[in-house]
Design a protein around this ligand. Sequence first.
Ligand SMILES: O=P(O)(O)OC[C@H]1O[C@H](OP(=O)(O)OP(=O)(O)O)[C@H](O)[C@@H]1O
Ligand SMILES: O=c1cc[nH]c(=O)[nH]1
Ligand SMILES: [Mg+2]
Length: 208
Amino acid sequence: MAVFEITHPLVRHKLSLMRSISRSTRSFRQLSAEVGCLLTYEATKDLEIEDYQLEGWNGEITGQRIKGKKATVVPILRAGIGMLDGVLELMPSAKISVVGLYRDEETLEPVTYFEKLAGDINKRMALIIDPMLATGGSMNATIDLLKQAGCTDIRALVLVAAPEGIKKVESEHPDVDIYTASVDSHLNENGYIIPGLGDAGDKIFGTK
Ligand SMILES: O=P(O)(O)OC[C@H]1O[C@H](OP(=O)(O)OP(=O)(O)O)[C@H](O)[C@@H]1O
Ligand SMILES: O=c1cc[nH]c(=O)[nH]1
Ligand SMILES: [Mg+2]
């Protein structure tokens, strides 16, 4: 497994804006989509391409197009929805496979409440999106669901990752690469990422 921490200046700048306690819901939501878009750019940089002939303004030319597997984007409800528009900016034809999970506040264990995957997910590359990789329980449960459905090419895109969560995904799913805007310091006693973003779902949806 590889962990790609994206250090592009735009990512650094936007993620720092998101960390401010005074950031509005509207702005946090917009930044989630923007950083999601930049992570998608990085997470798709190894897609295979092929040459093809096309008619240009001055005659026939050789173009390139993406070859092989199509994609499905997998937002983990709720907070993953905040990154979805940004991912779809770059991959407008991707199918969307939705997984609903919340983290039990006492046990920190993931609880699954919804699942609707693309029917041909076994033939697609899956980009899981969730702002937070904390203990890694939610991500591992989602990867389990996708693998049970036959998916073999899975990438995880998270705005912020804790070392504890990375370790957990790595130990159970060494074939899954993680793309993140930041590997943060650690989890606190309540399982929140430090310095982190706070509760990303609440910030995106404007709830408490
Ligand atoms: O790595 P973990 O320890 O599993 O924690 C991360 C999960 O917690 C948050 O979701 P939350 O349970 O708050 O649900 P929400 O998106 O509905 O707010 C977050 O969006 C991840 O899905
Ligand atoms: O820091 C964290 C951990 C889990 N879920 C969040 O929204 N934030
Ligand atoms: Mg939440």
